[in-house]
Design a protein around this ligand. Structure first.
Ligand SMILES: NC(=O)c1ccc[n+]([C@@H]2O[C@H](COP(=O)([O-])OP(=O)(O)OC[C@H]3O[C@@H](n4cnc5c(N)ncnc54)[C@H](OP(=O)(O)O)[C@@H]3O)[C@@H](O)[C@H]2O)c1
Length: 310
């Protein structure tokens, strides 16, 4: 079966709704809301909710958070572009989202393959203007227990997949979002991007990069009408977490994590950080003298088993 190259894979389900904010004074003068609570949660001032997106791209849609978000968005009138490498998981994701009533365009693509991904993304956008793109694809690894080296080329592979893959998922769409003056971009970082962790140097670096990229884009693109949400999760239950051995403080269920992310996206939240206590703890560790922060982090028994090669 061809997963993304059928004769007209990008046909629109409905006209693009766009990711305009309901409270955008220019578009919906009656719905302006500048709730201090919304702003304290990291919402862009003046924006409290987004028009439901109709053309949505999700990378990492075959498992975990990406899959949970995809099935949550699946509804009649919604067109989903789902990206992942594994054909069986992609097919299963497609079936689940179609059962929810969505039109699905599967993209069996490695996010490291910038050229193929760009062609697919622009093709999907031709079939209906993308109003939400979520870059959730990611891998994680770290040195085996008691060792100091990440296996093989895993450190750089995480940079390629998590950071460059995230950029490859967003960059081809940016000229189109800018030309339309609307759209919503979400990047999935991690609390590991708040302070380098000794259990996962490559992962920490990749997620710090994703976070910085998203924060920079948000400040840059907001005046051009584009909303950027930076998702910074702590531990949640997923196939990735099954490979995390050791303490996983404040871990939440996948359902809870995807619910938090979804609500944040629906509000156009600038930052979606959870659980707050873990994020604050890691930011505090970053503010401590380096030797003390290092010592505390080293004392936590934790290591990541690398994933099987794709
Ligand atoms: N789980 C946690 O506790 C946690 C905490 C903080 C942040 N995060 C981040 O949240 C995101 C989702 O994590 P998860 O726990 O849901 O992980 P997961 O269940 O392992 O899912 C990862 C997804 O990424 C896709 N993927 C991986 N490499 C890819 C590549 N090269 N090209 C295309 N797709 C690729 C996988 O699809 P295929 O295998 O089909 O390619 C899969 O759909 C990741 O970015 C992760 O780093 C997770």
């Amino acid at each position: 079966m061809e997963l993304w190259s059928s004769p007209s894979p990008f046909a629109p389900a409905v006209p693009a709704a766009g990711a305009l904010c309901r409270s955008d004074p220019a578009s919906r003068p009656g719905l302006v809301s500048k709730s201090p609570l919304a702003e304290s949660r990291g919402c862009v001032p003046g924006l409290t909710s987004m028009i439901p997106p109709r053309n949505i791209v999700i990378s990492g849609a075959t498992s975990g958070l990406g899959l949970a978000l995809a099935t949550g968005y699946a509804a009649p009138g919604v067109r989903l572009g789902l990206i992942g490498r594994d054909s069986a998981r992609l097919q299963a994701a497609r079936q689940r989202c179609e059962a929810g009533g969505a039109t699905v365009v599967p993209g069996q693509i490695d996010v490291c393959d910038a050229g193929t991904l760009a062609t697919w993304l622009t093709g999907f956008d031709d079939g209906g203007a993308v109003d939400l793109v979520i870059a959730a694809a990611g891998i994680s690894a770290g040195p085996p227990r008691g060792q100091a080296l990440e296996p093989g080329d895993f450190a750089t592979r995480q940079i390629r997949t998590n950071l460059l893959g995230c950029m490859h998922t967003i960059e081809p769409l940016l000229p189109r979002l800018l030309a339309r003056g609307r759209g919503h971009v979400a990047v999935v970082s991690s609390v590991a991007g708040l302070r380098g962790l000794p259990y996962s140097p490559g992962y920490s670096a990749s997620k710090a990069g994703v976070r910085a990229y998203g924060e920079a884009l948000r400040a840059l693109l907001r005046p051009r009408g584009i909303t950027v949400s930076v998702v910074v999760p702590g531990f949640f239950d997923s196939p990735m977490t099954d490979r995390f051995h050791g303490d996983k403080p404040f871990m939440v269920s996948l359902e809870r994590a995807s619910g938090i992310v979804r609500r944040g996206l629906d509000r156009g939240q600038a930052r979606i950080v959870f659980p707050r206590l873990l994020a604050i703890g890691l930011q505090a560790a970053d503010l401590l003298p380096a030797w003390l922060g290092d010592r505390i982090l080293r004392a936590v028994p934790f290591h990541i088993v690398p994933p099987e090669p794709a």
